[in-house]
Design a protein. Structure first.
Length: 300
């Protein structure tokens, strides 16, 4: 890696005397780049020296995290990794660093380091440069943590493209074994977004009976705070058609009760199961009937 960077390093070396505060156009530089990283960046005589040293230190720590670190060491090593990589982000003209190449050089072997690189890219890059990183990093084989940042960048930069790529990931892409990407996508990207497209995607996740169970329940629960006018009807259909997952049915009914109480009360009056057939659902719905001051159902 050092040899490949030599010509670029020599080019940027002349820029070292520039003021550190100008290294990023983002206003929250002090929160993303801690003082320890900024001070460390200033301690080197040249940018070339800083880049080479920080990459060696970051790789060493990341390899420990990825291979043989003890549980008691993990937190400290993670802090060290962030410090060293964000020292790179504190350099003058840090946005010109080859973040995308570094991401792709490390994601297969040291995903912890790749994640830190893309976080810096997210913080530093704008416009087409940021879109390029997000697009080239959105591949099925990419580690979940890295790919999630890429999609977060897309939601910020181009919601239309984020919607298209998110739909592909969630509904058309074959999941990897023991894959946690879908619940993570719902939890970290859709639930935290206030964009209408994100609400639409959560409705689709909730209605998809092939979707990972935790992703569905989280999406259904989050819809309770969305104010969506479409959600109650869709969730009523989910309640009626779901035949396996009791948690999904419970969450659907609770969310309907929050968004459209009259609809939920009608469901409690007309959808009560036989106690001997579905005792868990019966107990749940009976508790909601008491909560809503509804008469006890007859014949159950």
């Amino acid at each position: 890696m050092r040899i490949a960077c030599q010509s670029w390093l020599l080019t940027i070396a002349a820029l070292w005397p520039l003021v550190f505060a100008s290294c990023s156009g983002n206003s929250d530089a002090s929160s993303f780049i801690p003082k320890a990283s900024r001070d460390l960046a200033k301690s080197f005589e040249t940018s070339k020296e800083a880049i080479e040293e920080m990459q060696v230190r970051a790789r060493t720590v990341a390899e420990r995290l990825h291979t043989d670190a003890l549980a008691s060491e993990m937190e400290d090593l993670q802090h060290q990794l962030e410090k060293y990589v964000r020292t790179l982000a504190a350099l003058p003209n840090a946005e010109t660093l080859p973040w995308n190449r570094w991401i792709h050089d490390t994601w297969k072997t040291i995903p912890e380091l790749s994640e830190q690189y893309i976080l810096c890219a997210e913080h530093l890059l704008e416009g087409e440069a940021a879109l390029f990183v997000a697009r080239t990093t959105d591949i099925r084989e990419m580690p979940n943590r890295v790919r999630l940042v890429a999609h977060r960048m897309l939601w910020s930069l181009d919601p239309n493209e984020a919607l298209a790529r998110g739909n592909k990931l969630l509904f058309r892409e074959r999941p990897r074994a023991s894959d946690t990407m879908r619940p993570l996508y719902v939890e970290e990207l859709l639930i935290t977004s206030n964009h209408p497209f994100a609400i639409d995607m959560m409705l689709d996740v909730a209605a998809d009976d092939a979707m990972e169970s935790r992703a569905r329940t989280m999406a259904i629960h989050a819809l309770g705070d969305s104010g969506s006018m479409e959600a109650p009807a869709i969730l009523e259909s989910v309640f009626d058609t779901e035949s396996v997952n009791l948690l999904v049915r419970k969450e659907a009914l609770l969310t309907i009760l929050k968004l459209d109480p009259p609809r939920a009360q009608t469901m409690l009056d007309t959808r009560m199961p036989q106690r001997s057939v579905e005792p868990g659902l019966w107990e749940f719905m009976q508790s909601l009937r008491k909560q809503e001051n509804l008469d006890s159902p007859s014949g159950n």
